[in-house]
Design a protein around this ligand. Structure first.
Ligand code: GDP
Length: 762
């Protein structure tokens, strides 16, 4: 054994108090601590550079909940560890989640690690709850992406990765489950390169013992072997420098990997490249400049640090928390435009609303500027109203601690906000909101919408079904419960079928609606029944149509009168129907007429266009993939704005009825992961479901079938797949596109829908 090993063997332990390094003979004790969590404190103030608002993103079952539980345990926030299979983890606190063993709601958890405050948001992994991921990403400054080391990048990893790209979130990756025999860091890294096209910065390597059991991790920055004690559930770990004499091959592997990491970094970071040239060797680059370079490269998102471990076997979680501190940014580095525009006044964004057991609303907000106090008057920018905050709280999963104020960079839970919904921006007064709006619009007009989150994507529901209370006596209770659930989850849509008077729910999948039902039964004690699940079809036109219509109505002795010339054009690129779907024709023939439209009619015309596409003539479904051009308009004297809007709607409806529409059905991208044994039954089964395309790839020991299948063919697929593969295959799906149907398919769809009702959804 070399002297260095003896002298520099570290024991890393946890204590509840301040961190310090104590030299004890040849051994140095590094004390990491979790300061007492501040549960008794009434004031949350932290130096902003020491805050990390992070989320954990992953495919279902990759280990988010298990990793979170370890973080809470090692940081001292909880005193015993729960396990997912026992249903007693902190973040899976909703009864529904515990029963299903999956994470549905994003629980915000605050804890301290190494003199930093972590606001950790556990995000859901199931595709049906993607809206939760979207809202969470809005308020995060960084994210940990967890991979299952035996599976690499999976379907949902791709989805969350793309979402994090959209919000420009810096990330680090934790390759979990390294204890599994079929886990492979190399294959996981290959899948990261190949599927996510990223630059992986491998900063750790797994170590295996003589029996090929995962036994520790080499930290390539410090060139230490980290080993965890089994006795104290991984609370303490030792750090032993890798040395040539003692570790032979391991040393070779570690130094080679470290050199290739440095080599990779020098192509991304000039400062490190200069240093390597100066030293004329990579071996002499110490930990500090290497850490600095990793920080620069990861914050500019030119590369992504990759760590590994096994949360379940309690290995690798503390270095992961250190990596969050080292490589993910603090709030002051993000959203600087909001901080500037609000000039130190309150600016907060609501990202989640939940209702507690007493049915009290708890609103979660991320503070971007200023501070929020209890019993404070706040102005809601979206709703244009003033409300009073009640109590202010910091949340430890399902426990809350009252505080007097929450400062910039933090996440607060507020009671008393009755009219605020997810996505709203809060500030202290109307005047401040207007000042900020002006400041933001000076930068760029689009920034106002973007900054105030007006364009957050809420996906369209693909399924709907009727919902019935057991008796009329429950109707009011049901309505109230649905209003609350919708505030929590904007991807749930509730409407009333005008013909049958039935309440109808629309959501993102079978599981989504099932969970809503179970929450109504369990949390609200309303024994509701759901009607059969229906597909949310859409309609569109196949050819351009142009026509003129005069719409008249006599009100008293006043004649309201509008003549419109419109054209409707198929536009496959247009996904949603927002107000900009109406285009004003400014060609030489039309410009004079269009420019003379009094401005008070512009908004009603746009609203009328949106309403005109709300229900198509074929199956009463929303009409999409279309744009409308207004070529000419004559508005009679004294015609009201409401009538102009209604005339636009009627004119569009008439044109759609005359031209006819075709149905579009939702198509889902389905990924089935299986062993070779079940490939043929899976392929045979999928081929009966009208697949549009199919691809097969290898992933470690598994095979993956990716196919695009109409949603109507996937009802009950989870059960069917379980049956044909004896429960061994897993699958995930996400919305892919809307596709036109053949006339036979259309006839079948119409029969199935009109058999129940002709309800439509917007
Ligand atoms: P989530 O869906 O991403 O929250 O994943 P969970 O934390 O619920 O874990 C899914 C399953 O994987 C559970 O049965 C865990 O016990 C198991 N699991 C989590 N981490 C590991 C790990 O490091 N190794 C192994 N072998 N299993 C793990």
């Amino acid at each position: 054994m070399c002297d260095g090993c003896l002298l520099l063997g570290y024991v890393v332990a946890m204590s509840k108090h301040y961190s310090h390094i104590k030299a004890l003979g040849g051994l140095r004790f590094l004390r990491y601590f979790s300061r007492e969590v501040g549960k008794q404190s009434t004031h949350v103030s932290s130096e902003i550079s020491r805050i990390r608002n992070v989320g954990i993103l992953a495919h279902i079952d990759a280990g988010k909940t298990t990793t979170t539980e370890r973080m809470l345990y090692y940081s001292g926030t909880i005193h015993s560890m729960g396990e997912v299979h026992r249903g007693n983890t902190v973040t899976d606190y909703m009864v529904e989640e515990r029963n299903r063993g999956i994470t549905i709601t994003s629980a915000a958890v605050t804890f301290y690690w190494n003199e930093h405050k972590f606001n950790l948001i556990d995000t859901p992994g199931h595709i049906d709850f993607t809206i939760e991921v979207e809202r969470t990403l809005n308020v995060l400054d960084g994210a940990v992406v967890i991979l299952d080391g035996s599976a690499g990048v999976e379907a949902q990893t791709l989805t969350v990765w793309r979402q994090a790209d959209r919000y420009d979130i810096p990330r680090i990756i934790f390759v979990n489950k390294m204890d599994r025999r079929d886990a492979s860091l190399n294959l996981s890294v290959e899948s990261l390169k190949y599927k996510l096209d990223l630059n992986p910065l491998l900063i750790q390597l797994p170590v295996y013992d003589d029996e090929k059991k995962f036994s520790g991790i080499i930290d390539l920055v410090s060139l230490n072997i980290l080993s965890w004690s089994e006795k104290d559930q991984g609370k303490t770990y030792t750090q032993t420098p890798v040395c040539q004499q003692r570790h032979g091959k391991l040393w070779e592997r570690a130094t080679e990997s470290r050199n290739s990491l440095i080599d990779q970094l020098t192509t991304l970071d000039d400062e490190l490249a200069d240093l390597v040239i100066q030293h004329d060797s990579m071996e002499s680059i110490s930990s500090e400049p290497l850490l600095k370079s990793l920080r620069n490269v990861s914050s500019s998102q030119k590369g992504v640090p990759i760590l590994c471990g096994s949360a379940y076997k309690n290995m690798g979680v503390q270095p992961l928390m250190n990596a969050v501190i080292n490589f993910l940014p603090s709030p002051e580095k993000r959203n600087t435009h909001l901080a500037k525009a609000f000039q130190g006044n309150l600016c907060a964004r609501v990202f989640k609303i939940i209702h507690n057991d007493q049915k009290k609303t708890l609103t979660f907000a991320r503070i971007y500027s200023g501070k929020m106090s209890k019993n404070q008057k706040i102005y809601n920018i979206q709703q244009k109203l003033t409300e009073n905050t009640g109590k202010l709280m910091v949340v430890y999963a399902d426990e809350t601690t009252e505080v007097n104020e929450v400062t910039n960079g933090n996440i607060a839970a507020v009671s008393g906000l009755k009219n605020t919904v997810t996505g709203d921006f809060l500030t202290s007064s109307y005047a401040i909101a207007e000042r900020a709006r002006k400041a933001l619009s000076l930068r760029n007009k689009a920034t106002v919408n973007e900054s105030f989150g007006i364009d957050t994507i809420v996906p369209d529901p693909v399924f709907f079904c009727s919902i019935e209370p057991p008796s009329q006596a429950y109707q009011q209770q049901l309505e109230t419960a649905l209003v609350e659930l919708q505030k929590e989850d904007p991807s749930l849509r509730v409407s009333v079928n005008e013909e049958t008077g039935q309440t109808v729910l629309a959501g993102m999948g079978e599981l989504h609606l099932d969970v809503i039902k179970n929450r109504l039964v369990t949390d609200y004690r309303i024994p509701v029944e759901l009607g059969p699940l229906q597909i949310a079809y859409k309609e569109t036109i196949t050819n351009r149509i142009q026509d003129s219509h005069t719409i008249q109505h006599k009100l008293g002795n006043k004649l309201q009168n509008v003549t419109l010339t419109l054209s409707l054009t198929p536009d496959a690129e247009r996904k949603g129907n927002s107000q900009d779907l109406l285009i004003f024709d400014r060609s030489p023939d039309s410009a004079a007429n269009i420019d003379s439209i009094p401005s008070k009619y512009i908004q009603p015309l746009k609203q009328g266009a949106v309403s005109g596409l709300a229900h198509g003539p074929r199956l009463n479904c929303p009409v999409i993939n279309i744009h409308i051009i207004l070529h000419w308009i004559e508005i009679g004297k004294g015609t009201s704005e409401t009538f102009v809007s209604a005339a636009m709607t009627q004119c569009i409806k008439k044109m759609l009825t005359e031209s006819g529409t075709v149905l579009l059905e939702p198509v889902m991208k389905v990924e089935v992961v299986t062993t070779n044994e079940f490939m043929s039954v899976i392929l045979a089964d999928l081929s009966r479901r009208r697949p549009l395309m199919q691809e097969i790839e290898d992933r470690g020991l598994n095979r993956v079938v990716v196919s695009c299948v109409p949603l109507s063919e996937l009802l009950g697929y989870a059960t069917d797949l379980r049956t044909i593969t004896s429960g061994t295959a897993t699958f995930s799906m996400e919305f892919f596109s809307y596709k036109p149907m053949t006339s036979a398919e259309e006839a079948k769809a119409i029969e199935s829908v009109t058999g129940f009702s002709t309800a439509a959804f917007t």
